[in-house]
Design a protein around this ligand. Structure first.
Ligand code: PLP
Length: 446
């Protein structure tokens, strides 16, 4: 309506005047206004409907405005909006139970935070206090959050300006066959060599100094590199050998994104010492994250206070949203749906797209977690935008997607296809058809 459009214009004006945005040079920003969202769609400031293939920041796993989750938030707001973290609250207790029920192994205690970065901060703090060691190992091509420790753990250009070299973090290379650091031709070679490399880094850094290895179970923003079979098992063995805590960062990959509740479940028998989660736990309807804790680490703080806390740890509105989200995902078979859509529609559809377009170097993923890697040349694999940067060609593809009614998730030379997990088959096919068409713009730029 005209009133909605006018409200959107006013919001934009005030935004440019007063809102300071993340990760951006403020003067050049042209943010998109969103006036409305429902299911797999959002509406922009001009009233144009866009199919949301981004799930925003890959968090609306249950889609926008799911009525059961909205109702649970309203109900909780009427009952009890907020309570100090030291008190017991039924929404928090039940959310913790539902999460503990789904984590692998016996990670049965949950520390709640407001988001993913705080989850990473606290997981690392727990690992350091439990082991009495300080160093943390993480991979290049990773994202773990924007706060000080989390951004230093991050293996992405966003770390650079925040890196003063005193965070006690060492980076290593993880498996990524398409851009293999290890001259590997096969997934088996990539796996074996990446594990040998990790072992060597540990030997050089001093195994007795290392508190934790933190890994996204499937690195997300950095490119959706599904680990080769055996890699995470190998990491678990290395951690066991040296008394290093294994932190699985499931902030983006968790809660159904890969077609299982946690992505680490794709690796048989691997039980992390700590799991960080956020985003999909309640689809981001109210900010929430947390750490699932194994019994041996929890026991460290049985008789010794845990030195950490947050005013909103386990906030009633956020945890009530988590209870409704998890229950609804279970009732509606949303995790199974993500696995089915991945195998039946997204995987085959993207494979066809890869065959048709000279600008597509590789498509890869699992469940509803897919990356399209765009290149200038399939033989040299030179990316269509440099690492950490952008290019006219990439911007043109993203612009074309939006023009055709699709909101993609983009990072450097990649487009990610990461829609809500309960998108309909028809909408998923429609999104792929738009990507197919938009990629012609990339082909023409070669
Ligand atoms: N860890 C991973 C794997 C993420 O993808 C993100 C966010 O994208 C974070 C941590 C940080 O989460 P937040 O932005 O909620 O602090």
């Amino acid at each position: 309506s005209d009133a909605e459009l006018e409200a959107g214009r006013r919001a934009y004006e005030l935004d440019r005047k007063h809102v300071f945005h993340s990760w951006s040079a403020q003067a050049t920003l042209k943010p998109m206004t969103v006036t409305k969202a429902e299911g797999s769609y959002v509406w922009d400031g001009e009233g144009t409907r866009l199919l949301d293939f981004s799930s925003q920041m890959v968090n609306t796993n249950i889609g926008h405005q799911h009525p059961k989750v909205v109702a649970a938030i309203v109900e909780q707001a009427q009952k009890l909006c907020t309570i100090a973290p030291s008190h017991v609250n039924d929404a928090r207790s039940e959310a913790a139970r539902l999460i503990a029920e789904r984590t692998p192994g016996e990670l049965n205690k949950v520390f709640f935070t407001n988001g993913g970065a705080e989850a990473v901060e606290n997981a690392v703090r727990m690992a350091r206090l439990h082991t009495g060691r300080r160093k943390v190992l993480s991979r290049y091509r990773s994202y773990h959050g924007g706060t000080d420790t989390a951004v230093n753990i991050t293996g992405d250009p966003r770390r650079w300006a925040n890196d003063y070299g005193d965070a006690g973090v060492v980076h290593f290379f993880g498996p990524f066959l398409y851009r293999s650091r290890f001259y590997a031709q096969t997934q088996e070679q990539e796996c074996e060599r990446a594990l040998a490399h990790l072992n060597e880094v540990i030997a050089m850094e001093g195994p007795g100094q290392i508190a934790a290895i933190i890994l996204e179970s499937v690195p997300g923003t950095a490119g959706i590199m599904v680990p080769p079979p055996g890699y995470l098992q190998g990491v678990r063995e290395i951690c066991d050998r040296y008394g290093i805590m294994y932190i699985a960062d499931e902030v983006m990959a968790g809660f159904g994104r890969t077609g299982k509740w946690f992505a680490v479940e794709h690796s048989d028998g691997v039980i992390p010492d700590l799991i960080t989660f956020a985003k999909g736990v309640n689809s981001g309807y109210v900010p929430l994250g947390g750490v699932a804790i194994s019994p041996h680490i929890a026991a460290t703080f049985d008789n010794r206070p845990y030195p950490g806390g947050l005013t909103y740890s386990g906030h009633p509105l956020a945890t009530a949203a988590a209870v409704a989200t998890i229950n609804t995902m279970a009732e509606e078979g949303i995790v199974e749906n993500a696995a089915r859509l991945g195998t039946e529609i997204m995987g085959p559809g993207l494979a066809e797209i890869a065959q048709r377009h000279p600008s597509v170097g590789e498509v890869r993923g699992v469940g509803m977690f897919w990356a399209i890697e765009l290149v200038k040349d399939q033989a040299t694999r030179e990316p269509l935008a440099p690492y950490g940067g952008t290019s006219d060609a990439m911007n043109a593809v993203i612009g074309e997607c939006k023009k055709l009614g699709l909101l993609p998730f983009a990072n450097y030379n990649r487009i990610h296809a990461v829609p809500p997990l309960n998108i309909t088959d028809e909408q998923a096919r429609e999104g792929l058809a738009i990507l197919d068409q938009a990629l012609e713009v990339a082909d023409r730029s070669l």
